[in-house]
Design a protein around this ligand. Structure first.
Ligand code: NAP
Length: 250
């Protein structure tokens, strides 16, 4: 495995944190970001010199994104791996009942920020003919489920965007992967239900949901393939989950 430094977005969230921890455990260095300064500081101090740079910015602010990436480069750091993990669902409502601000935030965070950060980082990966971009998509991008049209569409866009990147980079050694987890027990549902803990907890009741470490293991697996082998997509489901909208709960 000839990757040394990974930039992990959404490292203040559960899956991003697990990914950063797993990569450092396996000897990689990480650049971590998110919005929550306190959580980012805590993870940085836990990972010690596994973290080569960390800072917060709003991933929907392109000027802030460019400044962050330039700051990383000014430290002499070269990003070999980009894990586009930051993302969210807001609300679970019939399409016409979605809040307009929620629609905009989901599309901006899950699609626009992924497109723009990948575009930035690819400028340097392309020059080096080296790198791996891993997108955290979702099984929600494979089939739309009831009351989740925008979130599902945003994750379908991530998968299609990744497929397009892979085609356009076909002559290069750069790899593009989409990891599509099913139900993972994280703060995701608290964000979706805007702090309604009862609703969030109910999502994971009666089922042995995936854990953030399962996603982190998948990232490491994808990175740890021979140079010739590019994993285009990898889907993870809880054992009692059949697809994005079919699961068995006791
Ligand atoms: N949990 C699941 O069931 C599941 C399933 C499939 C896919 N996924 C995907 O996995 C990824 C990680 O989600 P998670 O489950 O770990 O949820 P999480 O714990 O809520 O983490 C979400 C992360 O995204 C960051 N983020 C959101 N908006 C941002 C913004 N505007 N600027 C910067 N950072 C922003 C959050 O940062 P702050 O906390 O600092 O704001 C947080 O670090 C998401 O892309 C999600 O769609 C989750």
């Amino acid at each position: 495995m000839d990757y040394q430094v990974a930039l992990v977005t959404g490292a203040t969230g559960d899956i991003g944190k697990a990914i950063a921890q797993e990569l450092v455990k396996n000897g990689m260095k990480v650049v971590i970001t998110g919005r929550n300064q306190e959580k980012l500081n805590k993870l940085a101090s836990e990972l010690k010199d596994g973290v080569v740079y960390y800072d917060t910015f709003d991933i929907n602010d392109y000027e802030a994104m460019k400044k962050f990436y330039q700051d990383v480069k000014d430290q002499g750091i070269t990003i070999d791996v980009l894990v586009n993990n930051a993302g969210l669902a807001l609300g679970l409502a019939g399409y016409q009942d979605n809040e307009v601000s929620d629609i905009i935030t989901m599309l901006d965070t899950n699609i626009k920020s992924v497109a723009l950060l990948s575009h930035l980082v690819l400028q340097d990966m392309k020059l080096a003919n080296h790198g791996h971009i891993i997108h955290i998509g979702s099984v929600a991008g494979q089939f739309a489920y009831a009351n989740g049209a925008i979130y599902c569409a945003s994750k379908a866009a991530v998968k299609t965007m990744a497929d397009g990147m892979r085609v356009d980079l076909v002559q290069s050694d750069i790899k593009i992967t989409t990891i599509q987890p099913g139900m993972v027990e994280t703060n995701f549902s608290m964000v979706r239900f805007k702090g309604d803990k009862a609703k969030a907890d109910a999502v994971y009741q009666g089922i042995d949901a995936l854990q953030p470490i399962d996603c982190a293991n998948a990232v490491w697996f994808c990175l740890n393939q021979p140079k010739r082998c590019q994993i285009s997509e990898l889907t993870l489901l809880a054992n009692q989950q059949g697809n994005a909208f079919t699961s068995y709960k006791k």
